[in-house]
Design a protein. Structure first.
Length: 158
């Protein structure tokens, strides 16, 4: 049996990505016409690393930066989200191994400023990290958000 890949190995495995493809079929009905970039995991990680302390991004900002970088109409929402999740777990794995500087995954939010419950430690740990950086957190039902997250969005992704 093959040993299971670590999160850092998954992050480094580009699988021939990035790739820009024409949007067609069912996808064009949902997302529109044009081209879509399927990013490489390390590209998503590199963008997440650019977000400074006190600032935030949403996955949509990551997608817009990726689309611009590849001259595509948009970036794949599914793979961008999955690769952000892999980057978060790889960062936690590196931190657990003693790394002092890791990808600040807690600064990458879901659409609407929602904390990602799939990140390491879940909402509780992500909220603690965000509070430590001066952000206010609000729980609405089962979901958790950064209050006024728009005011601290980082617009310098490249």
């Amino acid at each position: 049996m093959k040993p299971k890949k670590s999160w850092r190995e998954k992050l480094a495995d580009s699988k021939g990505l990035p790739k820009v493809t024409e949007v067609s079929g069912k996808m064009s009905r949902r997302w529109g016409e044009g081209t879509m970039v399927i990013p490489a995991p390390l590209e998503v990680d590199a963008l997440m690393k650019q977000v400074p302390k006190g600032k935030l991004v949403t996955v949509n900002e990551l997608r817009a930066a990726l689309a611009g970088r590849h001259h595509a109409t948009f970036a794949c929402p599914l793979t961008t989200g999955i690769f952000a999740w892999i980057a978060a777990n790889a960062a936690k794995e590196a931190e657990d191994a003693g790394a002092k500087r890791v990808t600040p995954y807690w600064r990458t939010l879901k659409t609407g400023g929602e904390l990602n419950p799939k990140y390491p430690g879940g909402v509780k740990e992500v909220a603690q990290k965000l509070k430590a950086e001066g952000h206010d957190i609000l729980k609405r039902g089962k979901r958790t958000f950064v209050v006024d997250y728009q005011k601290t969005l980082f617009h310098g992704l490249s």
